[in-house]
Design a protein around this ligand. Structure first.
Ligand code: AMP
Length: 618
């Protein structure tokens, strides 16, 4: 019979770990090899798939059939790896890791385990979370919850702590660096900001030492090891070993016999390395943790001396100079009384305990790392849920149509921080049909974005009058790699000025276009009721607007001028005589009027079928 225990799993980039609640406390479970962590490596060898330490151990001999760091590709569509002539998705590869973890846990506990809580980086997007959940399902788990790694780590530390405090979680693993600011109190753990570098981790330290060793060998023997893959793998393993030793010793020896063979016979690499040399070599890597840490603090609204606790997570935080660097930035000694490799798994087990009822008084809150929204008129990105919003969350905004008689709208859901939707990541798109015929800007289409506890997003669209509705759960489609998330954040930062200009220009242009259309409608429907001179004035204003729009000028003030010219002239019209809707706050957006998603109603603006305009803050 299956146990009601819930396994807490840290599915890591380089290593994974698992834990479970035993008599009220989280305990790490050792794997089949007797280790507390399992390398996240899958390989094909001797006609079978092998996972963990055995897979890592044969990586040197069998690089073509070995998969490492698959987590970097989680949620990426169309990404597959070949193992033994078969192709596997990232979910499937991860499922093999989870399957081993499941089997090992069951052997250790002597009972079947079906339920699991799995941790993911706080910046993982919906697809990456969904893919992680799928991997768990393929492995035979009921995945009860996907939780953020920093939150899990804090739980591992903060179980008994009920006082309010702010915590910096500094997580430097094998391949990634994440830093998060959490607020804890009353059993509530909230991630208030996250940052990091998805291409920085212990591997970079290994790589640097490896290069240094290869240089040294080349200087000494005039032989390059760089074309010999096996030699390079041995160098890398030796570099990692040296790095780890230098965390507790001041000096270590690298010994690699038979690293190369020449006409004169085999060559050996023997080199000692001191901690000082190691630190000089890798200083630039340590420095790269500084800016993201400061940024997370400032995003969270804290100065460096306002943090109550600092937690170190990830094997690489054992490097002494990393500890010193963190201590320098926040002006206090980091906590390390929970094993940094195990904190996330322990926290996941605690969360499992909360779900199974074994632990109470603990609620979990997480945040969305990037903003979520839709494409609106002119291709702009309209945020519905802002970055760093606590989840679970639900937000709604009201939008409208762009064209008269428009029967359907295309809803394109994006994630990112750029002002132009297309610069962000398209998560999904769908249509809402059956909108009753009405003048442009009249229908009220309410969009609701809901993110559940596991970070999975549901988008619902509803036309208020007719009750027509449509909804999607964001899964499938193109996913974001860790690197892309990071790149998007940086991109948004770099382009913030030009994005702002572009947003203002498009808004001004859109407004001018809306005013022009409104004036045209007023004329069309009420010409006889309007004084002649006002009609002429209005026609002239419409002409001016048309010229500006046709020229597609980049001069924002010109759009503003033509729009206000129309507005002033419209002000001279006796409103009681008008039959068309007065309010422009139900303002126009272009949207598809035809049967296909690409139907262009307006034509002047790109992505015309894609758009709404937000009404809620008009
Ligand atoms: P994680 O992904 O958290 O398991 O971290 C794995 C990374 O931590 C790898 O790059 C390891 O080489 C590194 N690591 C583990 N132990 C140590 C140590 N004592 N000193 C330095 N790095 C370590």
């Amino acid at each position: 019979m299956a146990s009601d225990k819930i396994l807490g799993i840290d599915l890591g980039t380089t290593n994974s770990a698992m834990a479970v609640m035993e008599n009220g406390d989280p305990e790490v479970i050792v794997n089949g090899e007797g280790d507390r962590t399992t390398p996240s490596v899958v390989a094909y060898n001797d006609d079978e798939l092998i996972v963990g330490e055995p897979a890592k151990n044969q990586a040197i001999q069998n690089p073509e059939n070995t998969v490492e760091s698959i987590k970097r590709h989680m949620g990426e569509e169309d990404y597959t790896v070949e193992l033994g002539g078969e192709s596997y998705t990232p979910e499937e590869v991860s499922a093999h890791i989870l399957q081993k973890i499941k089997n090992d846990a069951e052997t250790y506990l002597g009972e079947e385990i079906e339920r699991a809580v799995i941790t993911v980086p706080a910046y993982f997007n919906d697809k990456q979370r969904q893919a992680t959940k799928d991997a768990g399902r393929i492995a035979g788990f009921d995945v009860e919850r996907i939780i953020n790694e920093p939150t899990a780590a804090a739980m591992a530390y903060g179980l008994d702590d009920t006082r309010d405090q702010s915590v910096l979680v500094f997580d430097l693993g094998g391949g990634t660096f994440d830093v998060s600011v959490l607020e804890l109190g009353d059993g509530v753990h909230e991630v208030v900001a996250t940052n990091g570098d998805t291409s920085l981790g212990g591997d970079d330290w290994d790589e640097t030492v490896k290069e240094w060793l290869a240089d040294h060998f080349e200087d000494e023997h005039d032989i390059s090891l760089r074309d010999d893959r096996q030699a390079l793998q041995r160098l890398r393993d030796a570099a990692e070993k040296a790095k780890i030793e230098l965390s507790s010793r001041k000096e270590t020896e690298v010994n690699l016999p038979f690293i190369a063979s020449t006409d004169e016979g085999p060559m050996h690499l023997e080199k000692s390395i001191t901690r000082d040399t190691f630190q000089d070599l890798t200083d630039h890597l340590v420095e790269r943790t500084s800016a993201p840490t400061k940024k997370a603090l400032s995003d969270a609204g804290y100065s460096t001396d306002e943090i109550d606790e600092v937690i170190l997570v990830g094997g690489s935080t054992r490097i002494p100079v990393i500890k010193e660097q963190v201590a320098d930035i926040v002006g206090m000694e980091p906590q390390m009384n929970v094993n940094p490799d195990e904190a996330a798994a322990l926290g996941a087990a605690i969360q499992g305990g909360v779900l199974s009822g074994e632990v109470d008084d603990l609620v979990l809150l997480d945040v969305t790392p990037l903003s979520l929204g839709v494409e609106v008129k002119g291709g702009l990105f309209e945020r519905i849920i802002n970055a760093n919003t606590t989840i679970p969350t639900s937000e709604s905004k009201v939008f409208t149509t762009a064209e008269d008689e428009q029967r359907q709208v295309q809803i394109r859901v994006f994630q990112g921080e750029r002002e132009v939707a297309e610069e962000n990541e398209l998560l999904d798109e769908f249509k809402l049909r059956g909108i009753p015929p009405a003048p442009a800007g009249t229908p009220k289409i309410e969009l609701t974005f809901q993110i559940d506890e596991s970070g999975i997003m549901h988008v619902a669209a509803k036309e208020r009058d007719s009750g027509e509705h449509e909804k999607v759960t964001i899964e499938g489609g193109v996913g974001l790699s860790d690197k892309e998330v990071e790149r998007m954040k940086q991109d948004a930062q770099q382009h913030s000025d030009e994005d702002e200009m572009q947003r203002r220009r498009i808004e001004a242009q859109t407004h001018a276009e809306q005013m022009k259309q409104r004036a045209e409608r007023v004329l069309q429907e009420n010409r006889d009721a309007i004084a002649n001179n006002v009609v002429q004035e209005l026609e002239a204003a419409i002409d001016d607007a048309e010229t500006a729009l046709e020229e597609s000028t980049t001069d924002i003030s010109r759009y503003d001028r033509v729009a206000s010219q129309i507005e002033t002239t419209l002000g001279k019209v006796d409103e009681s005589k008008l039959s068309s809707p007065k309010s422009e706050d139900n303002a126009l957006t272009d949207a598809g009027t035809g049967e296909t998603a690409t139907a262009e109603a307006g034509g002047e603006v790109d992505n015309v079928d894609a758009s709404f305009r937000d009404l809620s803050d008009d």
